[in-house]
Design a protein around this ligand. Structure first.
Ligand SMILES: [Mg+2]
Length: 248
């Protein structure tokens, strides 16, 4: 079991819910954590929704959640852009990503953008791929919200994740993207900074070793794997629970 912690950072898909179904007992577990005075943050590699939409989704399942507690790769991408002084982007992504970026004052354009941002995009096409390629060849920075190969759905089903689209852009441009999402520690570090918590006082909880747990490790946090999503078992030495519901 983890050492005492002040901040718990929960992955969403496969950790707190699957598709539209909450993991049984997860709502109560987070309630217990809050009752112990532990700060809660929600961290998803998904870029397709706004903070508002995630709060609505979490609330509809019974989770207590506030907008400032939700961190997505959309928010992370906007923060990265600001830190790098980039103000315009061509976006291969869902409306939620575009809305998140617009709210953070990033201009969407297909006229000489400073960056090409690639996230999950269910309307992905050869034409979009071609436009992304031409902008990157013309000098735009290549930013990937995340590189998850697949995306978990209800009933143990998976659909292609944004990593499969990033791979297409990487292949035709020969360029490596800057990656915002897990396993990069950028978003975890952003949460720690915003919360004013040291890495050793934070616990990162997730269902994927190669993204959630790796990001937590790289940021210097304690980590906890749950077996309700992508990982059927835990490697030797990795702290784990069958489900987030078992969190004391
Ligand atoms: Mg997950």
């Amino acid at each position: 079991m983890p050492a005492p912690y002040r901040l718990a950072i929960f992955d969403l898909d496969g950790t707190l819910f699957r598709g539209e179904e909450p993991i049984p007992g997860a709502v109560e577990a987070l309630g217990r954590s809050r009752g112990q005075g532990i700060q809660i943050r929600f961290l998803t590699n998904n870029s397709s929704q706004t903070r508002e939409t995630y709060v609505a989704k979490l609330s509809s399942m019974g989770f207590e959640a506030r907008e400032e507690e939700v961190y997505s790769t959309g928010i992370g991408t906007a923060t990265y852009m600001r830190e790098e002084g980039l103000v315009s982007a061509f976006v291969v992504g869902e409306d939620g990503l575009k809305e998140t970026l617009t709210r953070e004052r990033i201009a969407m354009t297909d006229n000489d953008p400073e960056a090409v941002i690639v996230g999950i995009c269910k309307s992905f096409s050869y034409d979009l791929l071609n436009q992304a390629m031409q902008h990157i060849r013309a000098g735009a920075r290549f930013i990937a919200t995340n590189t998850d190969a697949t995306y978990p759905m209800e009933g143990g089903r998976f659909i292609p994740g944004s990593g499969s689209l990033v791979a297409a852009v990487r292949t035709c441009t020969g360029q490596e993207p800057v990656v915002i999402g897990k396993p990069e520690p950028f978003l975890v570090e952003m949460i720690l900074q915003d919360a004013g918590v040291q890495p050793s006082d934070a616990l990162v909880v997730g269902d994927r070793m190669d993204t959630d747990i790796e990001a937590g490790r790289r940021a210097g946090c304690q980590t906890l794997l749950v077996l309700t999503g992508a990982s059927p078992s835990a490697p030797q030495g990795q702290p784990y629970l069958q489900s987030v519901a078992d969190l004391a």
